[in-house]
Ligand binder design. Structure first.
Ligand code: CP
Ligand code: NVA
Length: 306
């Protein structure tokens, strides 16, 4: 039966670490081509640099062929119903990767597709990003039970995926967000009730940052929210990762950002580009971890240990 990767709820802790090991294996050997003869459709309804390039290059490196489709080209929900697109793409391809606005459309694609569907970001979540983030913490040997992750800013799609990750590995996850910018209520409740981790929402960035192992942020204005710019700029004033906030964290704390970044808004340029920043490793690791997901979901096992 096909398996989708729509959210981090789709994998277990054991599978998470198997994916990390597989990513390590794939990054150290370019000879492995578990997608030989396969094609992957990549749908982008929103802009993308990292996700598009890492998936496209990743499919190629695994021996497969990526087929990139834009919203202008295929018109998800405008030119054609998502259910028709899903059935049709399943006839040509071995997997569908989709970046969409409405998460419900992604679920609809998955329901009607006969091949695995992978979430490349929706308004609700961004699971590939958080997989890469935790893989990066492991790479830097910072990952440990109870690690304190302080997310400063908007309780958005990236935060929702962190909350889902908190059910897989024990952490202390603290979101410092202004009132009105909380994450998805159900996802938050599920993370808090799960008990694997401590999950808190606070209003003070300083309280969140104190003794944190990781300071994380994302843009204040996500894709599709451009017309809220004026209000958001006011509401998020003070929720910036800067040198002063960094002094409250652990001396060896790292700074993360999924990128793209808006310097001097959610993060200052000196911190983003400073010695504690691991944002480029995070971005690079999108490639390695997504290759592992693809190999796991649709890879041929012939000659390759997956
Ligand atoms: N972090 C991330 O998903 O980047 P893109 O929007 O450029 O793909
Ligand atoms: N929250 C951001 C993430 C970009 C990778 C957005 O949705 O635009």
């Amino acid at each position: 039966m096909k398996k989708d990767f729509i959210s981090l709820n789709d994998i277990t802790t054991k599978e998470l670490f198997e994916l990390f090991d597989l990513a390590d294996t794939l990054r150290s050997s370019s000879a492995r081509q578990p997608l030989a003869g396969k094609t992957v459709a990549l749908i982008f309804q929103k802009p993308s640099l990292r996700t598009r390039v890492s998936f496209e290059v990743g499919v190629h490196q695994l021996g497969g062929h990526p087929v990139v489709l834009s919203q202008e080209g295929i018109g998800v929900g405008t030119r054609e119903k998502a259910s028709d697109i899903a059935q049709l793409l399943s006839r040509y391809n071995n997997a569908i990767v989709a970046r969409l606005y409405d998460h419900k459309i992604l679920v609809e694609l998955a329901q009607h597709s006969t091949v695995p569907v992978i979430n490349a970001l929706t308004d609700l979540s961004h699971p590939c990003q958080i997989l890469a983030d935790v893989y990066t913490l492991r790479q830097h040997k910072i990952l440990r039970d109870g690690i304190k992750i302080a997310f400063i800013g908007d309780g958005n799609n990236v935060v929702n995926s962190w909350l889902e990750m908190s059910k897989l590995i024990p952490m202390h996850f603290v979101l410092a967000a202004p009132i009105g910018y909380e994450p998805n209520t159900e996802i938050l409740k599920s993370a808090q009730n799960n008990g694997a981790s401590t999950v808190e929402i606070v209003r003070s960035p300083e309280d969140a940052a104190r003794n944190a192992d990781v300071l994380y942020t994302d843009v204040w204005i996500s894709m599709g929210q451009e017309n809220e710019r004026e209000k958001r700029m006011k509401d998020f004033a003070g929720f910036q990762i800067n040198g002063k906030l960094l002094t409250l964290a652990q001396p060896n704390a790292v700074v993360m950002h999924c990128l793209p970044a808006h310097r001097e808004e959610e993060i200052t340029a000196d911190v983003l580009e400073g010695t504690r920043s691991i944002v480029l490793d995070e971005a690079e690791n999108r490639l390695h971890i997504q290759k592992a997901i693809l190999a796991k979901l649709i890879g041929n096992n012939s000659g390759v240990i997956l």
